[in-house]
Ligand binder design. Structure first.
Ligand code: SAT
Ligand code: MN
Length: 586
């Protein structure tokens, strides 16, 4: 195949040679994506103890990887977008001059693959024959990364064939280096379609097809080409009459995207079905008729293990009983994976490999993960392979908010919806290093992932209003509202289908809603809670808005949006002014 690369794409061959002579690997392996190759890598990692095989009877073909204890999450403070113009990346990103960034990274990569194998991974983000898909090549010295990329992307021969044909692809270079947090950087060069990542083996930092390519680089390309690359799950809801609606939801990391994408309809919902298209990333295009179509660029899930059980997400719980790589979970004495709230078994060994002692912290790291092919999911939809994607009826924004945000509300129109997305806020989680549980603005759940200036990103979102009259409706949800005693008001998980039903009924214009200053809220009777046993006062609280709190919120959103300076679109500022006025007039 190497000769074929030379003949078909000399430029790629040149890059590979250049990287090899700079990083100085022992061996070079061009990945074909075959099962044999996967098995070979797994066997090798068993020998090096990069992977521990789990109990073969209860968890066949499942393995545990323990990362360096200092390398367990994304590192937003070490993640940069490198463009000639600083203003192009905005205050939502760290910026470095491309020349300086290359120099810094090239120094780190020098001889970094000595005594290691350099793997070349051709991959395709999205169905292999979809015009919406994009390809990349990741060069890495981590077999763990290769195995994860095999589960998460369409990787190997077919992707390489497409790259030969298209001749455009993202070049990603990755080395785990010495896993030294002081020598760790994730750099993006959108204008060069290039990524350089050094010093981390963690998913979001090292599986370059995922956040680095499919969001940061792709969002940049999407802006140029008129589409959207978003941090969204895509879920299909089928009613008992067999009608399907697809909904794309943007929630920050570790806020339940995977759970919603594969929920199991509650017992009271006979005949309802859920179909998963994706759990993390959506690429949204308008088709020729102006309909918004979505593809999931990924082929697997890199989900949070902690908290997964038969009640919260039975589909995930079942799907990770085979063919799964676990990262940083604990172990039972029977060599089964264990995490907090697994509800079955007892931890014997913690995620660091030490005998479990509750005084020394949790058995599984709060950001412990599973990697598994999407095809293992019982609710997998074969339309995840559809080259023209699925039609989107609704876009839903949401986050973790103890107070303020109601269970669900609907934007008055597209521009108002963009304002709602831009004003999103959520409490931080273990998916990124830093303080947890503090409220931060996270527009469209893209704060860590938008590869350019948020002001330009909002203009891009607003521009869709002029392109078609078939745009999806926009909603905001909050499963996480608490009462004054700190108890969740809404049961969440599978019961969230009840809220999706309201959203769909609104899309189909089947029901009315209550118009308020912040948007359309449900009439309590339109959300089916009959068999839930929730007190009416809780429902009322979930659907209430405190106007004084909202005046404060809107002022804070206004300040945040305006902090992005002159490039902020007037339309968004007008939305802010309109909302502020109507709240103050009430
Ligand atoms: O960024 S990751 O892909 O590692 C997971 C997440 O934070 O969404
Ligand atoms: Mn994510």
């Amino acid at each position: 195949m190497k000769n074929q690369i030379k003949a078909s794409l000399p430029e790629l061959s040149h890059w590979i040679n250049e990287v090899a002579s700079h990083t100085n690997p022992d061996k070079i392996h061009l990945c074909d994506g075959s099962e044999d190759e996967y098995q070979f890598l797994i066997d090798q990692m068993k020998v090096t103890r990069d992977l521990i095989e789990l109990d073969k009877d209860s968890y066949p073909n499942c393995f545990l990887h323990r990362s360096d204890p200092e390398d367990v999450a994304r590192v937003e403070h070490l993640t940069y977008i490198c463009t000639p113009e600083k203003d192009d990346v905005g205050s939502n990103n760290n910026w470095m001059e491309p020349k300086d960034a290359h120099a810094k990274m090239d120094k780190l990569f020098e001889n970094s693959m000595k005594n290691r194998t350099m793997y070349i991974i051709p991959y395709c983000m999205g169905p292999i024959d979809s015009p919406y898909s994009r390809c990349g090549i990741e060069i890495t010295d981590s077999p763990y990364v290769v195995a994860n990329m095999k589960l998460m992307t369409r990787m190997g021969k077919d992707a390489l064939k497409r790259i030969f044909k298209e001749k455009e692809y993202v070049k990603g270079l990755h080395s785990t280096g010495k896993l030294d947090p002081n020598e760790r950087f994730i750099m993006h060069f959108p204008e060069e379609l290039a990524i350089k990542s050094f010093g981390s083996g963690y998913g979001g930092n090292a599986l370059l097809g995922k956040k680095c390519h499919a969001l940061r680089i792709a969002s940049w390309q999407a802006k140029k080409e008129g589409w959207l690359a978003e941090h969204m799950l895509i879920v299909g809801v089928e009613n008992p009459e067999g009608e399907k609606h697809y909904i794309a939801c943007a929630f920050p990391s570790a806020c339940g995207k995977t759970n919603l994408a594969m929920l199991i309809p509650p017992k009271s919902h006979k005949g309802w079905k859920i179909w998963t298209i994706g759990d993390d990333i959506a690429w949204l295009h308008l088709d020729k008729t102006g309909q918004m179509q979505a593809i999931n660029p990924e082929a697997g899930y890199f989900g949070v293990a902690k908290g997964t059980n038969e009640a919260t997400n039975k589909n995930a719980f079942d799907m990770i009983k085979k063919d799964t790589i676990f990262t940083n979970v604990g172990l039972t004495k029977n060599n089964e994976p264990w995490w907090e709230s697994k509800d079955i078994g007892e931890p014997a060994i913690d995620w660091k490999g030490k005998e479990y002692d509750s005084d020394n912290g949790p058995a599984a790291h709060p950001n412990s993960r599973f990697t598994v092919s999407a095809k293992n999911n019982p609710s997998y939809s074969s339309l995840a392979e559809a080259s023209d994607g699925v039609p989107i009826s609704a876009i839903v924004f949401g986050g973790r908010r103890k107070k303020l945000a109601p269970l669900v509300y609907e934007a008055k129109n597209w521009k108002h919806g963009v304002f709602i997305g831009a004003g999103m806020a959520s409490e931080t989680t273990a998916a990124a290093t830093g303080i947890k549980g503090v409220l931060r603005r996270d527009p469209m759940a893209m704060l860590p992932f938008c590869g350019y200036n948020f002001a330009d990103y909002w203009s891009h979102w607003i521009s869709f209003d002029k392109k078609t009259n078939k745009l999806p409706k926009i909603f905001h949800i909050n499963w996480f509202r608490k009462d004054n005693e700190g108890k969740f008001l809404w049961p969440g998980f599978n019961e969230n289908l009840r809220v999706l039903r309201w959203i769909i009924d609104r899309c189909d214009e089947k029901i009315n809603a209550r118009e308020t200053a912040i948007g359309f809220l449900p009439h309590a009777s339109d959300i089916d809670t009959s068999d839930l046993g929730i007190a009416q006062k809780n429902i009322d609280e979930l659907l209430s808005i405190d106007e004084n709190d909202w005046i404060e919120e809107i002022n804070s959103i206004g300040k945040y949006i305006l902090s992005f300076g002159e490039r902020v679109p007037t339309e968004l500022i007008n939305e802010y002014k309109k909302l502020s006025k109507s709240l103050n007039n009430n």
